[in-house]
Write a protein that binds this ligand. Structure first.
Ligand code: KG4
Ligand code: ZN
Length: 362
């Protein structure tokens, strides 16, 4: 089954062709990095306009790289939420038009289910499918969720929500702390590069204990603790200098970032990253223990973090992640998530609406 996946929920216009939910023939991602970098974050209006410009060439390129014609496609899968509504609409409308013109089934996919299936796909391809029931930890710029995944004959993949962040997402915390310290957007990958040069015990940052559901998380207090540390340590001048030096520089390499960062700040970055990782790890460990899950799927943009990937290997269940290109937003993951649903005969009506706050499970 040749599935075209389309993903436009945030700031990447992406299209991919995946065969049988397993073999990626193409995975094209047009990043809007340069457009949003100068504003320090994603500007929704600009993002939708960029998607409009990019969607046709990106889909065409995905087909070309796969060596296929439109008529070779068996189904079109597209993200219909959660995400920015103007962005979702571009991909959704395009996918509907294409499906209608080709007379092929069309299916709307939840972006978070996509992130999970990036890993499911890679494990299937490797011949070692993730053992179910599994815990999925989805950590991205917009989401930090813990799900239990089961598979039943009646329902296919079935998700239940075990816990989530009550405020900022983990990726959002990375990006906000990076911005606070004078690094350009998106700061997550940059902090990941810098953290190994600092002492993770250099600055004591508080963990969070949640009232109610122990598997819920919170990252805004941690961000405030970093801010307090910055204020108490008179870092304003250093930060302003760094902001000026790195402004509008596009992608910055580790050497350049390191040169702009004194040791005390490297220690702060390492301590922040350590704290985020420990918070996530603690919830993952409790969730695995309480549910008796047989494996853990770590996915979403923040799953690209090297410290996080390494630390999660200490869990008592096998931990699966995907290659970096499949961790951040892409469309192969959308096609992969669609495959088991299409196999079961599912499809979506052509009046499916974009759902900015779509939930994967309650
Ligand atoms: O999944 P994703 O591409 O988009 C959303 O669905 O949000 O995730 C993007 C988020 C951003 O917050 C980015 O800073 C973060 O993932 N991120 C990282 C790393 N790579 C991406 N955070 C920490 N370390 C990384 N290596
Ligand atoms: Zn995402």
């Amino acid at each position: 089954m040749n599935i075209l996946g389309i993903e436009t929920s945030c700031d990447e216009t992406a299209a991919a062709v995946v065969v049988d939910g397993e073999r990626e023939l193409s995975n094209v991602v047009a990043s809007q990095f340069d457009v949003h970098a100068r504003y320090g974050g994603v500007v929704p209006e600009l993002a939708s306009r960029q998607h409009l410009d990019a969607i046709t060439p990106v889909v065409r390129e995905a087909l070309e790289r796969a060596g296929m014609q439109y008529t070779d496609l068996d189904a079109i899968a597209v993200t219909y939420g959660p995400g920015l509504v103007g962005c979702l609409l571009v991909g959704l409308t395009y996918a509907k038009g294409l499906a209608l013109a080709l007379g092929k089934p069309f299916i709307g996919i939840n972006h978070l289910e996509g992130h999970i299936h990036a890993v499911v796909m890679e494990q299937r391809r490797a011949g070692s499918p993730a053992e179910l029931p599994a815990i999925a930890m989805v950590v991205s710029g917009g989401h930090t969720h813990l799900f239990l995944i089961e598979e039943t004959a009646e329902q296919g993949y079935d998700y239940s929500l075990l816990g989530k962040t009550r405020d900022d997402a983990a990726g959002e915390a990375f990006d906000k702390v990076a911005k606070l310290l004078g690094y350009p957007y998106p700061g997550g990958p940059l902090l990941d590069l810098l953290a190994p040069f600092g002492n993770p015990k250099g600055v004591a940052l508080p963990g969070t204990r949640m009232k109610g559901n122990q598997l819920d998380m919170s990252f805004s207090g941690l961000k405030t603790a970093v801010l307090r540390h910055v204020q108490a340590s008179d870092m304003a001048e250093e930060i302003a200098e760094r902001r000026d030096a790195l402004k509008g520089r596009g992608r910055i390499g580790v050497e350049e970032a390191r040169q702009a960062t004194p040791q005390a700040t490297l220690d702060l970055i390492a301590s922040f990253q350590y704290r985020v990782i420990e918070e996530l790890l603690l919830r993952a460990a409790v969730a695995a223990d309480e549910t008796g899950a047989r494996s853990l799927i770590l996915c979403g943009g923040v799953a690209a973090n090297s410290g996080l990937r390494a630390r999660f290997q200490s869990l008592p269940v096998p931990v699966y992640t995907s290659a970096l290109a499949l961790s951040t937003d892409n469309a192969a993951m959308i096609a992969a998530a669609a495959y088991p649903r299409l196999l079961r005969g599912e499809s979506s009506p052509l009046d499916l609406r974009a759902q900015p706050n779509l939930k994967l499970a309650q």
